[in-house]
Structure formats: structure tokens, C-alpha cells
Design a binder for this molecule. Structure first.
Ligand code: SF4
Length: 366
């Protein structure tokens, strides 16, 4: 029997730390899908609880009492359901289109994450098992859209489809083959490219064959910030160290500087981070590199939730002395940096990028 490689051992350890699934909530129909059966087989010892809808699980969602179980739910609970409505939404920032999700929720626990705002209080991974329908929809959408005739900041040639708006695809790949199926799909779809931001280094992805059809955007922030805010994620140095390997494996790799959190020492910390990127990345990786820069927007309800499970992060995220209120499209009370100050800070960070990593093209910054 072949001994496990170093990569196998690393991935197994990371996967075990991330997930120990004890309970699976599932819609009744999931057992009629191969993907549903595969995931259930992958966790044979988990208790199975049938629910009418993945969106309405009493005791799990919208339950303020479960804030104490925030991380335990992420590690021990999985939800399986069907994605009912399929549509690719125009975006224009991280991608040209937001693809219909193949999952919703995340096993990691970044304290600024906007995904749980929509569900309230618990947000474990939900896997959508009708992957064939989702992949078929995307292939038809690419065909219907036709070739991109004008370059834009998303990509000069390809239409870019964001796969990971509601979760983290690298962690999803520990649970099911949904992400691999889509990476395979885009490897063979001329004129289109998949893309996802990630905070987890899953080296299993290095064994796939993306053939340039998938852009991985490793999310980075200064180490000091990540230690307080990016809970359960791969360390920043590990993410930076993975860039060369992912490029060599056939992915396009960009950087996602998000969220940029402003505090008294933020600019010096960003200088150190950019210098680390410059030291570690090889010339091949640098030649294809680009980034996006997104300053923090926080949320009043999320602030209240976070005070219940991780108050230390709120010292950084909740800064009314630097922020101003803004009601979102969906009526949520958000806080973002005061407009005039943010414009100045954005320019300072862009100047720093131009000085420390002049090859790093900024796709957009806001
Ligand atoms: S990795 Fe992304 S989806 Fe997961 S908790 Fe962090 S911000 Fe949210």
C-alpha cells in the first residue's frame, strides 16, 4: 500500500479540524440524487434528520439561543437540499455574473462574514445536491451569452462566473464533488471562467485539472487582523505560500484584499503583508497576478450577535468613531467608513500597492 504523501497528511488534518459531522438535516428528495447519496455515504455515522426545506430548520436558523453553539454548529452540522431557482445574476465587480450557488453557509467563522446575516445565528454548510441541473444551467448561460466582445476589469477575454458568493468553495470540496464538477465544466467552456474567493488552502484542488478555466482568489489581510477576525481559516502565510502551487497546477490566482479594516496601525501592517507577498511569490505567479480591494462594511445586527460569541473582534470591526450608518437595499442597518476618510485611505493603500508590489494590478477598489 502506498504511503500517504505530505499533501495527503496535511489535507486530512485540516479537514478533520474543519468538520466532524454528527447531524445531517436533509430535504426528503436528496436521496433521489447521486450527489445526495454520495454525501450521506461520506458521513455514515451522522444522525439524519428529515426537514421540509433547507431554509427553514427550527432550532437551527433564527434562533438567538444558538449563538453559544455558533462554531459547534459549523463543525458538526451539515444540511442537504435542492437549489430551486437557478439564475446567474449580473455583478460587474468580483465577476461578470454570480452563478447559482452549489452551497450556502460555511464551516469557517470570520466574524465580519455577511452570509449569516441572512439566516441568523447559525450557518453551517448547506450542500445543494442537484449539481447536474446547476452545471447544465451554467453551460447554457455561457452559450446564450456568446463571446465577450469588450474587455472589462473582471477579465479581458472571458465572462467570469463567481461560484462562491455564499460560502467557501475550498471547504465545500471537503464535503462533496460539486466544486470539482464546476472546475471540470469551466476547463472545457471556451469564453468563460469560474472564480471564487477562499480563505482555506485545500491542496486536494492541486490534483484537479482546471486548464486555466478557474480563477482562485486567495483572501488576505494582515496577520494581526486575521488572528482576531478570520476564525477557523488557513493561516495567512499558508495562503500566500499556496499561490505558486495553484498557478503551477493550472489555476489563475488573484488576491482578494477583503475586508480592509482600518485602525491606528493598519497601513504599516499592510506594508508588511505586501512585502511577504513579494518575497514568496515566484515570477510566474507575479506575471498573472491581480487583486481586488474591499473596505469593511459592518452590520448592527451582526455586531450584536458577535458580542455573544466573539466580542474581541468587535473592537476592530465596530468603530463608530470612524464609521457612518447606511441602510442597505434589503433594509439592514450597516456601518461603513466615513466617505471622505475612506477615499483617502483607499488612495493610501493603492499607493502602497504601487510602491511595494508594482506588478500587482488592482482590478477594483471600493
Ligand atoms: S470564509 Fe467566507 S463564507 Fe466562510 S465565514 Fe469567512 S467570510 Fe464567511
Amino acid at each position: 500500500m502506498a504511503l500517504p504523501t505530505v499533501a495527503d497528511v496535511t489535507t486530512t488534518t485540516a479537514a478533520d479540524r474543519m468538520l466532524a459531522v454528527r447531524r445531517i438535516y436533509h430535504e426528503p428528495s436528496v436521496t433521489t440524487y447521486d450527489r445526495g447519496l454520495e454525501v450521506l455515504d461520506r458521513f455514515p455515522d451522522a444522525e439524519r434528520v428529515e426537514v421540509a426545506s433547507w431554509q427553514d430548520i427550527p432550532g437551527l436558523y433564527g434562533n438567538p439561543g444558538s449563538v453559544e453553539d455558533w462554531v459547534r454548529n459549523k463543525r458538526e452540522v451539515l444540511v442537504l437540499g435542492e437549489k430551486k431557482s437557478l439564475s446567474a445574476r449580473p455583478n460587474g465587480r468580483s465577476a461578470d455574473f454570480i452563478a447559482p450557488s452549489t452551497s450556502n453557509g460555511c464551516a469557517m467563522a470570520c466574524s465580519y462574514c455577511y452570509v449569516p446575516r441572512r439566516k441568523g445565528y447559525a450557518n453551517p454548510i448547506t450542500v445543494f445536491v442537484n449539481i447536474d441541473k446547476i452545471a447544465g444551467y451554467l453551460a447554457r448561460h455561457v452559450k446564450r451569452t456568446g463571446p465577450k466582445t469588450e474587455p472589462n476589469q473582471c477579465d479581458p477575454v472571458d465572462w467570469v462566473y463567481d461560484l462562491g458568493e455564499n460560502g467557501d468553495c475550498s471547504v465545500d470540496a471537503l464535503v462533496s464533488d460539486n466544486v470539482r464538477d464546476l472546475v471540470d465544466l469551466y476547463a472545457d467552456l471556451p469564453g468563460a471562467k469560474a472564480s471564487f474567493a477562499t480563505k482555506f488552502v485545500n491542496r486536494d484542488l492541486l490534483g484537479w485539472n482546471p486548464r486555466g478555466g478557474t480563477r482562485v482568489r486567495f483572501s488576505l489581510m494582515p496577520h494581526e487582523m486575521a488572528r482576531r477576525l478570520d476564525l477557523r481559516t488557513s493561516k495567512i502565510s499558508e495562503r500566500i505560500a499556496a499561490v505558486n502551487d495553484f498557478v503551477a497546477a493550472g489555476y489563475e490566482v488573484h488576491l482578494n484584499f477583503s475586508p480592509v479594516v482600518v485602525h491606528e496601525e493598519w497601513l504599516g501592517q499592510w506594508r508588511n503583508l505586501l512585502r511577504e507577498v513579494d518575497d514568496v511569490l515566484d515570477d510566474v505567479a507575479k506575471a498573472q497576478l491581480a487583486c481586488e480591494v474591499i473596505f469593511l462594511t459592518h452590520n448592527a445586527d451582526l455586531h450584536e450577535v458577535n458580542l455573544g460569541w466573539h466580542p474581541r473582534g468587535e473592537d476592530l470591526l465596530w468603530r463608530p468613531d470612524l464609521q457612518e450608518g447606511k441602510v442597505s437595499h434589503s433594509g439592514q442597518a450597516n456601518l461603513r467608513y466615513r466617505a471622505a476618510w475612506k477615499a483617502r485611505w483607499r488612495d493610501q493603500l493603492l499607493d502602497l500597492i504601487a510602491t511595494e508590489t508594482p506588478y500587482l494590478r488592482v482590478r477594483y477598489a471600493f
